[in-house]
Each structure stands twice: as structure tokens, then as C-alpha cells.
Design a protein around this ligand. Structure first.
Ligand code: DP6
Length: 324
């Protein structure tokens, strides 16, 4: 019982930042993302009576420890769903260079959920597949779809109404993203730890939550109207609000590096010169710059000259989960 699926990572334009249930991953706010074609994971899951335990290889290397436990825990959900107890061999290949600062967990869990559920014989509608994927890593539930997707937070305790829905396919709008990779690394507070600490201790957290509904409406309008300025302004403001919550946490922390701020400033300067560009930042120091195809050369060349920038990776809107 074997299946292979491919899923792309996504970049959140309205961030998911906080959980109301940590075990089945239910968020405190809805979020919205763009799936990217440049970064993806291909995963094969093989359920068989021949296996006495689950096995997991990543880029052909056998994985043990915490990473294996996360995969096994997720396979348990698939087994429960299907009412079967078979063990599995999981082989994943990541085309998400960790250096690019994208979480490979989004494409990883989306590909694992799709391949695993298909291999065990479940034929899940997209919403159910998204809700299952959510329980591996929250942001992954948006990677089921190509283009723009919204993760509706839902209100039910059992999470049955917390899944992503498609907003517009990749073909709707050729909005591009440059991942600006910084050369110096910082000590990392994972997104999981960071959002938990913020929810529990930051006095700014309520302000974050209050601002989401209006921003969500505006960005959806902007996407529909192909209004780059509107989408960029909302995405940038939403990112800044998310990062502001971390400064109020106890102990306080920030994901930003000095070069992070230089890149942000360069993006603002480009705007002043009439080149439309906006930034967004996830739980790390690297910056993602949103731009339109006609400005690709100038964006790439400008970002490249910033001291402390190691690499620029360009991406277009990507497709949702596919089966190979
Ligand atoms: C800042 O999805 O990695 O990238 O649900 O704990 O696995 P878990 O967290 P994860 O968090 C992503 C946070 C973010 C914003 C976003 O992608 O929406």
C-alpha cells in the first residue's frame, strides 16, 4: 500500500501566530498564505505488514529521535482515521534549502498527509486532508492548495471546522517572492516555542488578535482586485504586528538580526523610488520580499548588494498537493 505525493511550502501574508489547542493544533487566528513553486517536498509512504516499526528517511538519510517521533505520531493519526495498524516506511526528499529560511515542515507535513492517507486507502476531500495536515504542523494545512489559501481558524473544540480553503489559484496572479538569505545565523527560538511564549506572556497579544479580521478582509479584497499595493501594505503591517508581540513576551525575544532591519529599510527605500516591493518575515531573521515580475531584475540586484546578504532565491506562485 504505497503512494507518493508532492507539496510546496507557503509564505504567510497574514500570519498564524498562536494556538488555542496545542495537541490538535487549533489556532487563535485565521491566516492566509501564498504557496510557492520553488520549494517543495516529495514523500513516499509505504504501509506494509512486513514492517515491525515505522521508518523515516529524509534526503536518503535515516532519521531517528524527535523528528522520527513527529512522523510516527502523525502516522498514528492516519492509522486511527483508517482503522488500521500497519507500520510504514516513509521516504522524503526536500527541495526546501534550510538556508532559504522557509519552514520545510509546511511542505513536509502536507506531502506526508497526502501520501500517507492515499497509501492507507483513505480518499479524503481536500478540507479533511487539510484538517489532518494541520495536526502535523499548523502552517502546513495551507499547502494543500496552490496559490492563495486561507486557514479558517474555526470555533469547534474538536477542530473539525479548522482547515484551509482555496482563495485564488496560482494562475490568478503572478505575484513573486524573493527569499533574502542572511549570512549570519542567530540562536533560534522555534515558531512553536515563540508563539506559545507570546500567547502566554505578551501584553501585546490581544492587540494582534484584534487586528486580524480587518486585515484579512483587506488582503482578500486586494488579491481579488490584483491590487499589489493593498496586498503588500497589509502583509507588511501584519508581519510587523506579529513581530511586535515577541518584544512584549517574557522573556522578551526577537527574530530580527541587524541585516534583517537593513533589508526592511532597503525595501522601503525602493518604494520611495517608485519600485513597488513589500517585505514579510517568519520566525527567523530572513526576509521575504514581495514584488511583481516586471521588477524582478531591479529587486534582485538591489537586494544582492546589501552587506550580510548571502543569497537571493526567487519564487513564483506554486501548485497544491499532487500525487505522482
Ligand atoms: C511564523 O506552522 O511552524 O511561520 O503549528 O507549531 O508546527 P506549528 O507551527 P508552524 O508556525 C508557523 C508560524 C509562522 C507564520 C505562518 O506560517 O503562518
Amino acid at each position: 500500500m504505497k503512494a507518493t505525493a508532492k507539496a510546496h511550502t507557503n509564505i504567510a501574508l497574514i500570519k498564524y501566530w498562536g494556538k488555542r489547542n496545542e495537541s490538535i493544533i487549533l489556532p487563535t487566528n485565521s491566516s492566509l498564505s501564498l504557496t510557492l513553486d520553488g520549494f517543495y517536498t516529495t514523500t513516499t509512504v509505504d504501509f506494509s505488514e512486513e514492517y515491525t516499526k515505522d521508518q523515516f528517511t529524509l534526503n536518503e538519510r535515516p532519521i531517528e529521535g524527535e523528528q522520527l517521533r513527529r512522523v510516527t505520531g502523525f502516522l498514528d493519526l492516519i492509522r486511527q482515521h483508517a482503522g488500521k495498524s500497519l507500520h510504514a516506511a516513509v521516504h522524503s526528499v526536500n527541495e526546501v534549502p534550510t538556508a532559504a529560511g522557509f519552514a520545510s515542515s509546511a511542505s513536509g507535513f502536507a506531502a506526508l498527509a497526502a501520501a500517507g492517507s492515499k497509501a492507507i486507502g483513505l480518499d479524503l476531500p481536500e478540507r479533511e486532508l487539510s484538517a489532518l495536515t494541520r495536526q502535523g504542523s499548523g502552517s502546513a494545512c495551507r499547502s494543500i492548495y496552490g496559490g492563495f489559501a486561507e486557514w479558517e481558524m474555526g470555533t469547534k473544540e474538536d477542530g473539525s471546522d479548522s482547515y484551509a480553503v482555496p482563495i485564488a489559484p496560482a494562475e490568478h496572479w503572478d505575484l513573486r517572492v524573493a527569499a533574502v538569505v542572511l549570512s549570519s545565523k542567530m540562536k533560534k527560538v522555534s515558531s512553536r516555542t515563540g508563539m506559545k511564549r507570546t500567547v502566554e506572556t505578551s501584553p501585546f497579544y490581544q492587540g494582534w488578535l484584534d487586528s486580524i479580521p480587518a486585515e484579512m478582509n483587506q488582503i482578500k479584497e486586494g488579491i481579488k482586485e490584483l491590487d499589489f499595493e493593498k496586498v503588500g501594505e497589509v502583509a507588511e503591517a501584519n508581519c510587523l504586528k506579529m513581530h511586535a508581540t515577541t518584544l512584549g513576551a517574557n522573556p522578551p525575544f526577537t527574530y530580527w538580526h541587524d541585516t534583517t532591519m537593513t533589508v526592511m529599510e532597503t525595501v522601503r527605500e525602493m518604494r520611495e523610488k517608485g519600485i513597488p516591493a513589500y517585505f514579510t518575515i517568519d520566525a527567523g531573521p530572513n526576509v521575504k520580499v514581495l514584488y511583481l515580475p516586471e521588477n524582478e531584475e531591479v529587486i534582485k540586484n538591489t537586494l544582492r548588494t546589501i552587506p550580510g546578504v548571502a543569497d537571493i532565491r526567487l519564487s513564483r506562485p506554486g501548485q497544491g498537493v499532487t500525487y505522482l
